[in-house]
Design a protein. Structure first.
Length: 342
């Protein structure tokens, strides 16, 4: 172990990360509330201390990180996270969890997971400052690796194989039909009976690929009439008789309040359920606040036992089999030392 303390500061590391994130010295200075000249001087001094060129600065062309800079930014993020955890650990009282917890969420999952987290997990840990960010799954993964999020809720589909994850619950896709559709009275519907009708497709990856994959698996090609990234638009267009839809998240039915009601039907034969998982970065350590949420996600009662049709139990983690061409990275957490305010 080096007996001499490092010659750089955490503030310099934070400035370097800000430059990498914003792509400009001016943008980084605005984020850190300092002058551009102070930001530039700090980066220059950090380069001198480390003995390496970390970035190339060009007027009107922004900042380009060198290979040494990319490595330094990754290490800086980890050091800053560790410093944040240390400051929180020293500042907290007893067994209380405290500090920021940044949670990401794929948009269509948010209505299911946000209420339990805010109604149950948050009151159990009143010292936490919980924030939610909704985004696409690829952006969630990028924000996790950048240290902007601690954990994120996502579908266990088309995720990079190295992303660690813990299963929360699972759902089966279902079909939406107008209440006066010819198949509205059937207990279930087959995709073959709908493939020649107009399809209102939720165009929000990975929901898009998952829906199309269900058709492809049966040798079918849906006739897509409209695409939308909003599941409420799918419900509205289906209710007006403009086509049928396929959704995964199953919200409470308020059709009796609408002049254009819809009905929800299971798909026959059953399609595979899709897991909703909590993911985090493989490159960054999972702090105690994030670990507490992961452990909560594993045991929480996300859906009512007698509630939304089509829900299925989450697959046991130890027996989780990867889909063809998709390898899950299952990371077992260390034995729990999670603090609680209960």
């Amino acid at each position: 172990m080096n007996p001499h303390p490092p010659s750089f500061t955490l503030r310099q590391l934070a400035y370097l990360v800000a430059v990498a994130d914003t792509g400009t010295v001016i943008g980084a200075a605005e984020r850190m509330h300092v002058s551009p000249s102070a930001m530039s001087d700090a980066i220059t001094e950090l380069e001198r201390v480390l003995g390496a060129r970390l970035c190339v600065r060009r007027k009107s062309h922004g900042v380009t990180m060198t290979s040494a800079g990319v490595r330094a930014v990754a290490d800086a993020r980890e050091l800053l996270r560790a410093a944040d955890e240390l400051s929180v650990a020293v500042d907290t009282r007893g067994d209380r969890l405290a500090g920021p917890l940044a949670i990401g969420c794929f948009g269509t999952i948010a209505p299911t997971v946000m209420p339990p987290v805010l109604n149950e997990f948050s009151p159990a840990h009143p010292g936490l400052d919980i924030t939610f960010t909704e985004s696409t799954q690829d952006q969630l993964v990028a924000m996790l690796d950048a240290g902007r999020l601690d954990v994120a809720f996502a579908y266990d589909a088309f995720l990079p194989a190295q992303v660690p994850r813990a299963t929360a619950f699972a759902l089966r896709p279902h079909i939406l039909l107008a209440a006066d559709h010819r198949l509205a009275g059937e207990p279930s519907v087959q995709l073959e009976d709908l493939v020649d009708e107009d399809f209102i497709m939720l165009d929000a990856p990975p929901s898009t690929e998952h829906a199309l994959g269900n058709f492809t698996a049966r040798g079918l090609t849906p006739r897509v009439r409209h695409r939308t990234g909003n599941p409420d638009v799918v419900r509205t267009l289906v209710g007006r008789g403009l086509g049928y839809g396929m959704l995964i998240q199953q919200q409470p039915d308020h059709s009796d309040c609408s002049p254009f009601p819809v009905v929800r039907k299971p798909i026959a034969p059953e399609v595979d359920p899709i897991q909703v998982v909590l993911i985090w970065s493989a490159a960054l350590s999972l702090g105690p606040r994030a670990q507490a949420l992961v452990e909560y996600a594993r045991s929480a009662r996300w859906l009512p036992d007698d509630g939304i049709p089509g829900t299925v139990p989450a697959r046991p983690r130890d027996g989780q089999a990867p889909r063809p061409g998709h390898q899950n990275t299952i990371v077992e957490l260390p034995s729990s030392s999670t603090r609680s305010s209960r």
